[in-house]
Design a protein around this ligand. Sequence first.
Ligand code: FAD
Length: 401
Amino acid sequence: MENNDQLISHALKPDFENTKVAFSQKSDIALKKSYLLFSSMNNSTLVGFGTGMVSKLLQWKFPIKSIIKKTLFEQFCGGEDRDDCDRVIAELGAAGIGTILDFAVEGATDEKGFERTEKETIANIKKSSGSEHIPFCVFKPTGLGPNKVLEKLHIREKLSESEQVAYNRMYQRFERICNAAAKNKVKLLIDAEETWLQNPLDDIIYQMMEKYNKDEPIIFNTFQLYCKDKLAQLKQANELAQQKGFKLGAKLVRGAYMEKERERAKRKGYPSPIQPNKDATDQDYNAALRYCIENIGQIAVLNGTHNEKSNYFLVELMEKASLAHNDKSVYFAQLYGMSDHISYNLSHAGYNVAKYVPYGPVQAVMPYLFRRAEENTSIAGQSSREFNLIKKEMKRRKKDK
Ligand SMILES: Cc1cc2nc3c(=O)[nH]c(=O)nc-3n(C[C@H](O)[C@H](O)[C@H](O)COP(=O)(O)OP(=O)(O)OC[C@H]3O[C@@H](n4cnc5c(N)ncnc54)[C@H](O)[C@@H]3O)c2cc1C
């Protein structure tokens, strides 16, 4: 029997063309600001030159922090620290969109850095447990221990004594974070990075799931479907979960490190783990979504994509399976500052939506901001999708006045 909320949300179909809903929270001034930002990001030469220049200027301690803060940072980040994100959390919350607090300082390489990742993640979990607007927390597992140790374990190489100590510390950090998530009943996403580090991480993650996902999915692993073997691994993970009696939390993404993966495989002379082309990635992505919906309840899925077709496809799968739009086992997720036409329209139609909201000191999150800038440059002379959507909404507002 469906409740009223479910009946209401069943009625609406999301329409990603609806820019009125997409930008409903942006004033004319805010929209104009985004327009100027995305129009300058459209210029790939400017972005290329700008990212190099900004890095240098920051290194030389030029006072450009306030300019970056008012432009790129404001568009893509929630704030410089956790509590600084409260305004964004409330803004997204008012549109029914959840926040996924993401400590975006990358490149921890020593114990101090690893401890900081642990502390930030646990503090985020605690903040999340008191807020209906923060349904998930997230962390990057390489922020908890040395890559070298993971790389060795991945190829089953024996660790030295000191490496074993470092691994044990990493494991304990994992354990404390997952324990905090379970205690506070906060769902926890674990990002995926390079394939050559992933096997030992998977081992830890499934041990954590066995411990903490007995009744409900708390811990979510990430499946990068640009890997040739990821669809099979998703199925294996679900078989393991069924054997051991736990729920599988699955965050699906296509994958962000394609060039790096291909380059390393070539340099080291092993077959690339990446799919031969985009179409093969898309096919496995769809198949993974279908598999998750076929096993929904046993699996909880988070669809981490800015691809409109993949989002419509999940909507369609849910409809065919007669799932309520707000079924608690299905989430859609995008990054803050991007693809609002997807997030806001899905939420408007009653689906569970959340956005990664990265935070951290301006200088420390620059690598994240540069990646966003590069993603939004024009491709083959075509303006970026974000830019076109903002332009469309500005035109619509002008006409309606
Ligand atoms: C909420 C969220 C969380 C994320 N978390 C992670 C994470 O933990 N780990 C991670 O790696 N990424 C993560 N990403 C990034 C993600 O993997 C993609 O890089 C990004 O979202 C672009 O893919 P898309 O599905 O949105 O869009 P699309 O434009 O449809 O897909 C682009 C992607 O397709 C694949 N692709 C493109 N060309 C080819 C080709 N020639 N051959 C094979 N494959 C190709 C690549 O993966 C590329 O990134 C996350 C994204 C979101 C929105």
